[in-house]
Design a protein around this ligand. Sequence first.
Ligand code: CUA
Length: 174
Amino acid sequence: MWRSFRSALLTAVVMVPLAALVVWAAQAPWALDSSSGRAADDGVREVAVRAHAWGFSPRVIHVAPGETVRFVVSSEDIGHGFAINELEVNLPLRAGRPVRSPAVTVNLPEGIYEIHCSAFCGLGHSSMKGRLVVGAPHPRLASLAPWLASLAVLMSMASFAAVAAVRARRGRRP
Ligand code: CUA
């Protein structure tokens, strides 16, 4: 009894951090980091973004459809770029110098748009992405797919561990 409890406990000790890691890596759709921003002197909401190797903070920026915003982006380390194709925004960034975009009006349908780094910055350049969420779009099944896949992998690993534990117990019996 104690032995099976102990093996279950050990499995949990291994599985829980692993699960957290996989879910984090797959970026669960609701693991969002938002930015409220504040209004500048001209009344335009300024959204502050930090760029770094290799990502943006916040990773997700929420705007309302038709809202006018200004992006104030600074790089924490090396040269990057801050680009949103749909808004024709493309800011070259140099370390330690905040760059302000012109005021842009978000005339886009509700949805999720890609923010990407537009200057080659090494190994993680192609994965240096963020998301611009316009309005409150319904989550699409496609965006849930990586998360569901990681969940499926975890469940199969957990069942494998359970089967192995049962087999080990059976093997010990006289
Ligand atoms: Cu950062 Cu490319």
